[in-house]
Design a protein around this ligand. Structure first.
Ligand code: ATP
Ligand code: MG
Length: 293
């Protein structure tokens, strides 16, 4: 038996809505595998079955057909979850607890206590950039801060597999960038990450492989650069290309039998423009490290 962090085999989930005698096929014959150390992104529009797949993998929802395993253990078994951290789609926290109390609460639930617990709480708050806000009630946190506290909660038992349902949902570009950096930091520490999102450009930068779900079916899967490469085309970017030099280049290309398909100024993305235009720290959520930068 293989011990890949995630194995999903021919998974189908049908929700029945008895009152309306309806059936919703949320996931249809889905098979995928996430290998150790990978960041895998499950992409797809709203309602395509991403959250349902993650919930079945974590044993929170039962499968109609097929099998899901975590580190080789069937998702139905409690022990399959011992090395997994989960950030749910809409994490719920007790509003009246502070950030530090929240992380401490989850730490205790996962069996930590005493000095070890306190060290872990401070370390995690620092890691997610919430040290300064640690004494504030979670009820006063912004969406970005709530996602960070959710990440701290998911990391509390230092799991080998992190399952993140829309980790940057509702977070501004600065906060999203920091969450992405945090995910890459977790990967560098040897963790495996399975995340889902419909924010494609964000996922592109951090995932090794992606799977695209449409109406519960896996319609594409592969390494990000392979999926995005336009076959049989190459792009070259020149600096200080005068009109005369460009004409000469076009002539030279023609001489080589090459067709120039397009030329123009390379475009940035709105997100990069936004990030380049604001001063670091303008997001209220920016972590202390970033604010100091
Ligand atoms: N408990 C449920 N009962 C009935 N139908 C459900 C249930 N949970 C999910 N569904 C349906 O299953 C389909 C997939 O839902 P799911 O939440 O997995 O999608 P998603 O890809 O995570 O979408 P989003 O991007 O909006 O989070 C949808 O049609 C949804 O309405
Ligand atoms: Mg979802």
């Amino acid at each position: 038996m293989s011990n890949n962090p995630v194995e999903i085999e021919s998974l189908t989930k049908v929700f029945r809505i008895p009152m309306r005698r309806e059936r919703v096929v949320a996931v249809r014959d889905l098979s995928l595998r996430v290998e150790k150390g990978e960041v895998y992104g499950l992409l797809g529009p709203n309602g395509s079955g991403k959250s349902t797949t993650l919930k079945i993998l974590l044993g929170l929802v039962s499968a109609t057909r097929g099998r899901t395993r975590v580190f080789g253990e069937d998702s139905g078994l409690v022990r399959s979850r011992k090395d997994v951290g989960f950030l749910p789609e809409n994490p719920y926290f007790y509003k009246f607890l502070t950030g530090a109390e929240t992380v401490r609460f989850f730490g205790k639930l996962s069996g930590l206590s005493g000095a070890q617990l306190e060290a872990r709480v401070s370390e995690l708050l620092e890691l997610v950039g919430l040290t300064e806000a640690a004494g504030r009630r979670v009820g006063s946190y912004s969406k970005g801060m709530l996602q960070r506290i959710g990440l701290a909660q998911a990391l509390v038992q230092d799991p080998g597999l992190l399952v993140l349902d829309e980790p940057t949902a509702g977070v501004d570009p600065v906060g999203s960038r920091e969450i992405r950096d945090l995910i890459l930091e977790m990967k560098a520490r040897g963790k495996t990450i399975l995340l889902c999102s419909h924010l494609l450009s964000q996922v592109q930068e951090i995932c090794d492989r992606v799977g695209i779900l449409a109406r519960g079916e896996l319609v594409r899967e592969g390494r990000v650069e392979d999926l995005l490469a336009v076959q049989d085309r190459m792009e070259i970017v020149f600096e200080q290309a005068s009109p005369e030099k460009l004409d000469a280049l076009r002539e030279a290309a023609k001489g080589l039998g090459l067709t120039v398909v397009s030329s123009g100024r390379p475009q940035t993305t709105l997100e990069h423009l936004f990030l380049d235009s604001i001063e670091p720290g303008q997001s209220m959520d920016a972590s202390p490290a970033r604010r100091r930068a």
